[in-house]
Ligand binder design. Sequence first.
Ligand SMILES: Nc1nc2c(ncn2[C@@H]2O[C@H](COP(=O)(O)OP(=O)(O)OP(=O)(O)O)[C@@H](O)[C@H]2O)c(=O)[nH]1
Length: 686
Amino acid sequence: MDKSLSIDTGHHEKLYQERMNFLLTGEKDRVCSIYIDVTDDKMLALITRKHKYNDNELNNISVRCWLDKYIYPNISDGYNLEEFKNGFTRKALLEDFEKGERNIQFYHSYYGENGNLKLYKVRVSLIKNPYNGHIEAYAVWKDRTLKYIDKEISKILYNNDYIGIGIIDSCKGNLYMRAAHFEGMEFEEQKSYVYDDIVKQMSEIRIANESKEQFLKCTALDYLNDNMNIAGVYSFNVYNIKNKVERYSYHWFDKKKGIILVVVEDMTKELETDSVTGALNREGFVHKAENIIKNNPDKDFALLYFNIQKFKAINDLYGYAAGDTVLHQAVNTLQTSFLKPLAISRIEADRFVVLVDKNNLDFEKLTLILHRVYDKDGMKVDIYVRCGIYYIPKDTDLSVSDMCDRAKLAKLYIPNQYVQPYAIFNEDMKYDYEQRSLALIQLDDAIKNSEIKVFYQPIYDAKTKQISSAEALVRWVSPKGVILPGKFIPALEESGHITKLDTYVHKSVRRFMENRYKNGKKIVRVAVNLSRMDLMDDEIMDLIIDDVKDEHYSKQMVNYEVTESAYADVSGKGTNFLMQLHDNGVKLLIDDFGSGMSSFSTLRDYDFDIIKLDMGFVQKLGENKKYNNIVMSIIELAHRLDMKVVAEGVETKEQADCLKEYGCDYLQGFYFSKPLPEEEFAKLLD
Ligand SMILES: Nc1nc2c(ncn2[C@@H]2O[C@H](COP(=O)(O)OP(=O)(O)OP(=O)(O)O)[C@@H](O)[C@H]2O)c(=O)[nH]1
C-alpha cells in the first residue's frame, strides 16, 4: 500500500477540507487512509504511509478497482476476510448508511513489506455530502499486528517473562521472531528464517539432553498442525541446558494460511516453585535433586521428610495467614540450619523434603529444630515436627519420588515423638507397611477367595476346665503366607474398611453355629469382635439386630466384644444398638479392660455381662504384690457388679492357678489352646 498520493481537488470546499486535514494528519500506526464517494464508487483521496496519490492517478479509478489492484492480491484469506470483502462494497456501505450506521470496523490480515504478515484494522466513517447528497466515506487502515500479538501473548503469559515470540508460516516453513532473548542466538526482527533450521539449532545448543527428543517431536510442523487442529492451541514444556523450564505455546494467527503464533516463556518459577514458601514444589525438587544426585555419584546423600504435627489446628485457631507464616518460617528454619540443604521443597500441605549431604546430619541438632515456638502476637505456640530419613544408596535406581516415599514411610514408624522425633528408613518398615496396605487394596478379593479365615480360640471355665465359650479371631491366609491381624486390622480400622471384615466374621460365625445347631451338635457361645466403626455403621448394626431377633439363629449362640476405647467414642445409635442387643439376651463383653483411660466410667455408663481383663495384667501376675492386688480387685469389683471375668493371654499354669484362686471365672490363652481353624475347633467340641 505504500504507493503515492493524490488529492481530488475538484470537490466541495469546507467539508472536503476537513476530511483532507484528517487524512493528512498522520497517526503513528496509520498505514493508509482513503476518502471515497460511495455513491459514485470513486476514489477522492488516498494517502499511504509514504506517498500521496496525484489527481491523475486517482481520476476515474473506482474503489473496486483500487481494492482489486492493491489490497486483495496481498490480503491473506484467513482472518475475517469475508466480512471485509462483503462489507466494504458500494452496496453494503450504502445500506449501512440507510440503517443509520456511521462508523464501521473491519479487520483483515495482509502480507505487507517483505511479505510479513500483518493484521490491519479498517475504520470506516460514513457521511452525507450536503452539497451533492452523495454518501462519502473515509477509511483508515491501522496496523494492529503488534497489538494483536501482545493481546494474545498476554492471554497466554499472564505475568510470565517471555523469552521469545515468533510467527511461523507453516506452509512456507518460515519463522519471524518478534522478540527473542535466546542466549547464543541472534534474530533480526523483520528477517525470515527457515523454521526447521532454527529448531535444529535450538535443540543442539539450547535444550537439555533429557528434553531434546521431546522438543524435536513437538516442534515438528506436522505434529504441531495435528495438535492445533484438535484443540486450537498447543503447548509443551522442556528443560533448557540451564535446567530452566521453558514452555512453548502455539496459537493460530491465521488458521487458513497456516500462520502460527509461538511464545516461549520461562516457567521455572511457576512450575517449580511453591508460591506460599518460595521453596521448590514437588516437580522442582524432583528435578533438582535428581540432577544433584546424578552429578555427584561419589557423595553420600540423605533425604529428610518433615511433617508439622497438628498443623490444621494452627489454621483453625489462628487463621490461614498465620498457617502460611508458619510454613514460611519452617522453610527458613530448614534453609538456615546445620543441614545446609542442597534442595528444599514444600512437597504438600505441611510437609517438606530436604536433600542434604549425609555428613551434615547431626541427630542432636535435628531433635532441637524439630520443636519450635511460634510467636503469634505475643502468644507462644509450640510447633512439633516429625522427620523421616532415607539414606540414599550409591548407584540406586530409585526415583527421587520413591526416595521421598521411603522417608515419609520412616516418619510413620517414629515410636515416640517426644523422645525421638525422627526415624531412619529400613526395609522392614516397607515390608510391614506393604502388608498393612495390602489389606486395604485386597480385602475384597481376600474375602472372595476365602483367604480370610475365622479361627476360634476356646475359653475355659476356670473351675471345671471345660470349654465354656470361644472368641472368633481372623487370620489372613494369603498366597504369600499367613498375615496376622495386628498387621492389617489397624489399617482397616483407620480407613473404615474394618466393618466389611467384621460383617464377614459375623456371617461366618452364624453359618458355622447354625450348621452345628441344625445337626444337633454341641455348641458354645462365640464372641465376635465389634470395632468402633461398626457402632457408627447402620448396615452392620441392622444386620446383627435382625440376626439376633431371628428365632432360627439363637441368641444363645453369640456374644459381642467391644473394646473399652470404642465404648468411649460410642454415642446415639451405637448406644441404642448395644442396649437392644443386651435386652435381647445377647451377652456383651468389655474387651481389654484396664488398658484404656475410661474403664470405670464405661462400667458406670453401660450394662455389661463380662469383663475381659487386659492381657497386660495377666502377664504381670506374680511380678509383685501390687499387680496381683489390682487383678484381685478388678475381679472382685466385677462380681460385685454382677459381671463375670475372662482373663486373656493366659500362658502359664501359674497364671491360671493364680487367676482361679482370685475367683476369675474364665480363662483364655495359649496355656489352654491357640486359636483353632474351624474344623479343629469343631473336632474339639465334638
Ligand atoms: N495455611 C495453609 N494451610 C495449608 C496449606 N496447604 C494445606 N494446608 C492445610 O494443611 C493441613 C494439612 O493436613 P494434615 O496433614 O492432616 O494436618 P495436621 O493437623 O498436621 O495432621 P497431622 O500431620 O496428622 O498432625 C490441612 O488442614 C490443609 O488445609 C497452605 O498453603 N497454607
